[in-house]
Design a protein around this ligand. Sequence first.
Ligand code: ATP
Length: 422
Amino acid sequence: MKIAVLTSGGDSAGMNAVVRAVVKVAILKGCEAWVVREGYEGLVRGNTEASSEQFIDDEPVNLPDNASTDGSSFNLIHNLRFGDGDLLKDGTGDHPGTRSLKGRYIVRVGFDDVRGWFAEGGTFIGTARSKTFRTPEGRLQAAYNMVKEGIDALVVCGGDGSLTGADVFRAEWPKLIESLQSEGRITMEKAQLHAHLRIVGLVGSIDNDMSMTDLTIGAPTALHRICEAIDNINSTASSHSRAFVLEVMGRHCGWLALLAGVSGGADFIFIPERPPTAESWEDQMCECIHRHREVGKRKTIVIVAEGAIDRNLNPIKADHVKDVLTERLGLDTRVTTLGHTQRGGRPCAYDRILPTLQGMEAVETLLEATPTSPSYMIGIRENKITRVPLMEAVEMTRAVSAAIEAKDFEKAMSYRDPEFKE
Ligand code: ATP
């Protein structure tokens, strides 16, 4: 079997570890391992004929024993770091000891290509949001490019959008293959050989907002980054007896804000799922912080999640929180927006372990897949790696977001945690 892996949507720490695990386990199980650069966009772009000719000798290093460590082998890290510049523009790839990936978005790789990737942030194979893949024409081209390389098993690592795209692609696959055959773009033998697409999803998201799994790949690292930022702020806040308002990512999910607050010793936390109970959150927050100051605290930390709202469903913004602290409590208050520092950097240990275990499970799942089995998402529940029907998880995630948007928090929490009680 030829197994391809791609990363899609927003990047998260641990995506490289996913690629590494999938590539290594696929090869160890006797499969060919391929990577798709730039998410679904790479599937649509595929490999140009000229580039295929240029790469006739790109036999990957298939087995650990054969792996070259002298840097002269085809090494994706070198290609991506030194050869390409802007990947979507196609680079020259003329760094010594490397080869160009120009015109090649679907690339066969070996053990040596992914060596050490577990410790690297972001995603070396690139990620993108592809408009073309959302169109039937784009997906037809993507199917053609895959079949051309003989690939019909795909691991997708991304958020709920990417996993929806994967499900749509798989559902459409037989029709796409039929069209390709009737248009004379592929032979009947190829059409029969690749009649079904096997797909498995891994959740790469710093927000930890996917239902039916306890943790998403990249969330622990993002939490770690925020925690470090709070530690840094704590010392300066304490020195000047200042207040800091930190805005953190997470969209509809307050997981990052809540756990960062717990691990960083915040005074007050605003999250989307649990708006302040008082009519005036300003009063509620000021009372709490005043109490903390009264008992001798020299610093104040307030965390505002990206999607935080008050009980009247209006957004709570960090600048407004700052004004309240300054005007009502007379605190010298600063706002710190952590932005993309939360997303980047080296994965913490857990964001190496989780993708490794889930990457292994993803390959096993593909090997066991049948034309009638559902597409699975690999999750983790109570410390056990799980397989759950991919679309069930995506639909539940969407239902949570819709319930939060409709301000039905009890419903939202009951979807996230069936045992939840107020
Ligand atoms: P993040 O959580 O970081 O936003 P995501 O995976 O949810 O990640 P999206 O931008 O929603 O990010 O989706 C990534 C890509 O998946 C899209 O650019 C598109 O190519 C593909 N995709 C998403 N939804 C669909 C769909 N319904 N049909 C086909 N492709 C889709």
